[in-house]
Structure formats: C-alpha cells, structure tokens
Write a protein that binds this ligand. Structure first.
Ligand SMILES: Nc1ncnc2c1ncn2[C@@H]1O[C@H](COP(=O)(O)OP(=O)(O)OP(=O)(O)O)[C@@H](O)[C@H]1O
Ligand SMILES: [Mg+2]
Length: 311
C-alpha cells in the first residue's frame, strides 16, 4: 500500500463573493521537504495556508495531512503541525517564557520544551522580557518558537520574515535550516521574496490570483524560460522596434522612453550582445548604460504576469 503524502491538497477552491482567492490549487509535500509559496499581495497564499491549517474551510476540493482530514481527525492533525500566522499578536503583559508556557500548556507539553524552543530561536536572553518590548525580529522569532513547541513534523509559516531587516531575516533562515537538519521538519512558507524561496526551499510554487503559475526547483523554473539572460540598455536616440528582431532571436522585449531605453530577454547573450553593440556603433548612437544579468524569479514573474512580485 502506498503511504499517504505528508500534505495533500487536491484541487482546492475558496471564493469570497466574486474574488477567487484560491482557484483550484493542488500540491503535495513529503516528509522533510521545504516548499515556498511565492506570490504578490492578494495571490491567495494566506487563504491556502489557512485552509491547510484548518482555520478556513475549502469551498471545493480536499486537504489531507498524513491521510487525516480536518473535521474528522482535528486532534491528530494538530499534533503534527506547528504554525505561525501572517500577523501574530502576543499578550503584552506576558513575558517571553510565560508566553511559551501558555502555548505549551495547550499541548500539555513538558517544561523542557520551553527551553528547547527558546534555544532553537535564540531568545534565551530575552526570556524575562515582556512581549510588548520585543523588537519586530524578536517577535517573529517568538512566533517561530511557539510554532516549534510541539516539535511538529510540519511547519506552516505565513511570511515569517516580512518586515525584517536583512540580518534578522538571515537569522530566521538559519533557525529554519537548523529545524530541518535536527528534526527533519517539513515546511510550507509563504513569501514575497524570491531570495528567501530559493535559499530555503528546494521546491517553489509561484501563485497569483488563486492559481499556480509555475512550480519546480529554481533551476527548473528558470529553465522553463531557457535560462534567459537580460540586457538593459539606454541610448540617446530611439531605435526602431523591428531592428531588435533583425539583430537576433530574443524571448521578450520591453521598450521605454520612445525606444531609447529597454530590456531584452535573450537566450544567448554571446549571440545577441555583439550584434546590438555593432548596431549602436554603426548608427553612431551614444550608449549611456548597458547591463547584463541572469534572469531571476522576479523577472520570470514579470514575464508571466506583467507585474513584480513585490509590487
Ligand atoms: N475573509 C475574506 N473576505 C473577503 N475577501 C478575502 C478574505 N480573505 C481574503 N480575501 C481576498 O482573497 C484574496 C487572497 O487573499 P490572501 O490573503 O489569501 O492573499 P495573500 O497571497 O496572502 O496576500 P498577502 O501577500 O498580501 O498576504 C485577496 O483578493 C483578498 O482580498
Ligand atoms: Mg497573506
């Protein structure tokens, strides 16, 4: 008999009036896997994650966790998941250790778990601090500590690093990687940051308007766009659009300021770039900027939707 996947989401839909928050998403997650749901504001990430957490109910489709269903096996499911919501509000008048103790009591966990959680998220020195006096980053770490208290097989984290500075974000990443290493924890994490998705997660699911746009490893996603490379240029006089076609094959082009400025995505920089530079020289155009770089997930997102991930 085949084992049930850790998480199975099967063609799930959730509509709010005419808003299709989640519009037919399926996914599967195995033990120890870190998966990112990457998408802009309003993509449907929170709605999807909250359905997996049992906080919201799908209108259609089915979600099972280790073969268990919300509404039938709630207690068993709660034992295997740990979660942090997009915005966590703590009780101001409780200290860090008291907050953890409160949550530990919900699960009837031993006191030692509080220490493990404090250590795991690096908040030992703040144990006696009132939650209202924690910095944003420390609050996020406390939320992770709570999610981790029952040492769950699955962590469901909704934007665990939004609003953090780059170094605090790194610290959260380290904490999550440690959990994975030590406990083989699986995780679904929602994020707007492609660096976060690609650093932490082997698999990335790009969502927008309630649907999956693309999924795979970072390499697979970029390879779908033939590992495109991007040329940004700026010249002093507009170039006729048809010239760019004559110079060579490109995947997409976006011209601005009467064609004086633009971005061209090409399959092969070494084929396209010399032709472009030669044209500029022949026409005696003045080149004020030129930049080449590898395509990123954000570029891929723009190509797919015409918008930025973090707009
Ligand atoms: N309770 C609700 N009632 C009505 N509309 C809702 C409700 N919850 C979510 N929506 C709508 O569903 C869509 C998806 O929202 P959701 O919060 O899942 O997006 P998200 O990807 O988490 O966005 P963000 O990155 O901003 O957190 C949005 O258009 C939102 O306005
Ligand atoms: Mg959200």
């Amino acid at each position: 008999m085949q084992k049930d996947p850790l998480i199975k989401v099967d063609n799930v839909k959730k509509y709010f009036g005419s808003t299709k928050a989640v519009d037919g998403i399926s996914l599967q997650i195995e033990k120890g896997e870190f998966v990112a749901l990457l998408g802009p504001n309003g993509a449907g990430k929170t709605t999807l994650v909250e359905m997996i957490e049992g906080i919201q109910k799908p209108d259609k489709g089915e979600i099972s966790i280790k073969g268990l269903l919300w509404g039938k096996n709630d207690k068993e499911i709660r034992e295997v998941i740990g979660l942090s919501l997009q915005e966590t509000h703590f009780i101001d008048k409780l200290r860090v250790d008291e907050t953890l103790a409160l949550f530990a009591s919900f699960y009837s966990l031993p006191k030692s778990r509080i220490e493990t959680a404090l250590e795991m998220v690096g908040l030992e020195v703040k144990r006696k601090t009132y939650t209202k006096n924690l910095s944003g980053g420390q609050k996020q770490k406390l939320a992770l500590g709570i999610a981790f208290l029952n040492q769950p097989e699955i962590l469901l984290l909704d934007e665990p690093t939004t609003g953090l500075d780059p170094s605090a974000r790194r610290e959260v990443w380290d904490i999550l990687m440690n959990m994975k290493r030590e406990f083989n924890t699986a995780m679904i994490l929602t994020t707007h940051y492609m660096e976060e998705a690609s650093y932490l997660c082997k698999r990335i699911i790009m969502v927008d308007k309630g649907k999956v746009l693309a999924r795979g490893t970072l390499e697979q996603l970029l390879a779908e766009y033939k590992n495109g490379e991007i040329i940004n240029f700026e010249v002093d006089s507009g170039i006729d659009e048809k010239v760019f076609k004559e110079l060579g094959h490109y995947l997409s082009i976006n011209l601005q300021e009467n064609n004086k400025k633009g971005e061209i995505i090409v399959e092969s920089l070494v084929n396209y770039m010399p032709a472009l530079l030669k044209y500029i020289e022949q026409k005696s155009l003045k080149l004020s900027a030129i930049e080449c770089r590898k395509m990123t997930l954000d570029d891929l997102f723009i190509t797919l939707t015409g918008r930025h991930l973090t707009e």
